[in-house]
Every structure is written in structure tokens, then in C-alpha cells.
Design a protein around this ligand. Structure first.
Ligand code: MLT
Length: 327
């Protein structure tokens, strides 16, 4: 029996596993996977989404696709969920475990991007800057130079790192190299050699002593609201408070209350609950609260690194052990 070329290509494609991509992937890793599998992009609201879910052998998601029991019930063939990124809070790991679905992610893919972003926020908060687009006369020139005087130098501040994981340790190392006194708090005992020059303190001491406090605890559900009214009550009235981890770690109402009452303090918040937030978000329109749209990992390098989750997805589809398995 003769088979046409087109027919054999179709047959080969049909025998390739179907990988459903619901969010952004960098083109190079996507092309790599596309050579091996049928990689199809679709998401909630698309006409073909349910049909693709029903047929998919693997899912690749990023930050906003909720992989829970309801979704997995619609995707009975799925063997592996690839999370392009670090956080696993959008994936019900227990539901995946129960169904025998592997979960893989890229735990260090964007650490450097996040560290650099956190430090850019520190400098934004402490060091006023202005770029001139017109000539200033002598009087305005002098006034402007005075207006842009920083009240504090970074090296005179105590840096508090709440959570000494991959990112917290690197943030701490940069702080120490800038001459800061660096304190940290973590539930786990961090080996002395991995403390990046930082000193362990209790949670309350960390909150009390930090001039700059940055949150890097992980996204386990028990960390929800870990920075609550009681925590805010311990902060310095002129603290710089940074959250580039997850929005749900901070009680937004308590946070709003603190920054309204302490105009000398500054909040730099990159993550929110929900995302995107709506017009009634309690942290909107507070002069000393600065909100960015979850961009800490938004560098080309981090996006590429996260997208290489495709390798582990492919490993699982081939019954090989993945490099970074969460389940
Ligand atoms: C992560 O958890 O890795 C980030 O939130 C990823 C992202 O920015 O999409």
C-alpha cells in the first residue's frame, strides 16, 4: 500500500504528543518543542480550548492559568504540567499528585532578574533622580539640585530580608557588598556559609530593625497574609517596604492603612492580589505606595530561561526523570 508524503506527515504528527501552551513562551524553546511535539497555543475563552484540553498530553502554563481539579478533570490525558517560572501557587500540587500528573518548573530561571529588580526599587525609593529635557536657568538649576538630595545613603540603612531562599540570599549578598548591615529571618536554618553576610534574627526583630524590608518567602498557602496588621505595627515609620514575591503574602488593607498613616514610609509593590487588580484595589492612589505590574522577572534572559521548562516537559513525556520536578 502506498502512502502519500502529506499522509505520512499527518500520521507522524498525529503520533506526536499534543502539548497545550496557555501562556507566553519564548520563541526558541517553543520551536525546540515544536520539532518534537504538537505545540498548540490556546487559553480560556478560546473556542478550541476545551477540545484541546481533552486531547492534551501535556500543559505548559505560566503565572495566570489555574491548574486545579476542575481543569485537570477536563484534561484527562495530561501527564505533565510545565510551569514556565518559579512560583507554583497557581497549581494545585495535591490535585496533580492524586491524578499522577507530574509538575515541573524552572526554580532558578529568574532569580537574577528579580534580584536586579529589587535593587532598582531600592534605588528608586532612596535616590531621587531627574533627567532634564530642557535647559534650566541658574536659579532653577540650584533649586532642582537641592530638591533631589537623598535623605539616606543605602550603606547607612539596615536591610531586612524576609525569606532566605535563592533570591533572598542574592539580595542579601548585594546589600552586604554595598556596606549595609543585613538581617534576615527564615523558618529554616540557613548554613553559615550561605548567609551572604547576613545575621539571623527573629521575625519581630527583623520587622523592627529594617530600614529596607524585602519579602522573599515562598508561595506556600500558610504564608498567605504573613505581613499583616500585627507585622505592619512593628515597622519603622520611614521603612522602605518591597514585595516582588507574591501579592497574597501581604494583607492589602493593613498595608494601605500603614502607608496612609506613615507618609514617610515607602512601599514598592510589584505583585498583587488579584492580578490585574481592579479600580477598588486598596493600595491604589496612596502617594507613598508605588505599584508595578508584576515585572520583576521581565528580562529577556529570564523569559528564555523560564521557557526552557519545555525540556523537562519533554523528558516526562518520554518517561525520563525531569531535572526540576515539583511533583
Ligand atoms: C515566577 O513565579 O516565576 C514569576 O512570577 C513568573 C512571571 O513573572 O511570570
Amino acid at each position: 500500500m502506498h502512502r502519500t508524503v502529506a499522509g505520512s506527515i499527518l500520521l507522524r504528527m498525529a503520533s506526536h504528543p499534543l502539548v497545550l501552551q496557555t501562556e507566553e513562551l519564548d520563541p526558541a524553546p517553543a520551536a525546540w518543542l515544536h520539532e518534537r511535539a504538537r505545540l498548540v497555543r490556546s487559553g480560556e475563552g478560546d473556542a478550541n480550548y476545551a477540545a484541546l484540553l481533552a486531547e492534551a498530553d501535556a500543559l505548559i502554563v505560566r503565572t495566570y492559568t489555574k491548574v486545579n481539579d476542575a481543569l485537570l478533570a477536563e484534561a484527562p490525558r495530561v501527564k505533565v504540567v510545565g510551569r514556565a517560572g518559579v512560583g507554583l501557587d497557581n497549581i494545585d500540587l495535591e490535585a496533580c499528585r492524586r491524578r499522577g500528573v507530574r509538575v515541573v518548573h524552572t526554580p532558578d530561571a529568574n532569580s537574577q532578574a528579580v534580584v536586579e529588580f529589587v535593587w532598582s526599587l531600592v534605588f528608586d525609593a532612596l535616590r531621587p533622580r531627574l533627567f532634564l529635557s530642557e535647559a534650566l536657568d541658574k536659579k532653577r538649576w540650584g533649586e532642582t539640585r537641592k530638591e533631589l538630595r537623598a535623605r539616606r545613603q543605602v550603606c547607612d540603612c539596615v536591610l531586612g530580608v524576609f525569606g532566605m531562599g535563592r533570591i533572598g540570599r542574592r539580595v542579601a549578598r548585594v546589600g552586604a557588598s554595598l556596606g549595609m548591615r543585613v538581617l534576615y529571618h527564615d523558618l529554616l536554618d540557613v548554613p553559615v556559609g550561605e548567609r551572604s553576610g547576613a545575621t539571623p534574627v527573629s521575625r519581630d526583630e527583623l520587622l523592627r530593625q529594617s530600614d529596607i524590608l524585602t519579602i522573599h518567602v515562598d508561595d506556600r498557602p500558610s504564608n498567605r497574609g504573613i505581613v499583616n496588621t500585627q507585622a505592619f505595627a512593628l515597622l519603622k515609620p520611614d521603612v522602605v517596604f518591597i514585595n516582588a514575591a507574591r501579592g497574597f503574602l501581604v494583607d492589602a488593607a493593613a498595608c494601605a492603612d500603614f502607608f496612609i498613616k506613615h507618609p514617610g514610609a515607602t512601599a514598592m509593590l510589584d505583585v498583587h492580589e488579584p492580578e490585574p487588580f481592579g479600580p477598588t484595589y486598596p493600595l491604589l492612589d496612596i502617594k507613598n505606595v508605588h505599584l508595578s505590574p508584576h515585572i520583576a522577572a521581565a528580562t529577556d534572559a529570564a523569559q528564555v530561561n523560564m521557557s526552557w521548562v519545555v525540556r523537562d516537559v519533554w523528558r516526562v513525556l518520554n518517561n525520563e526523570e525531569p531535572q526540576f520536578a515539583a511533583v
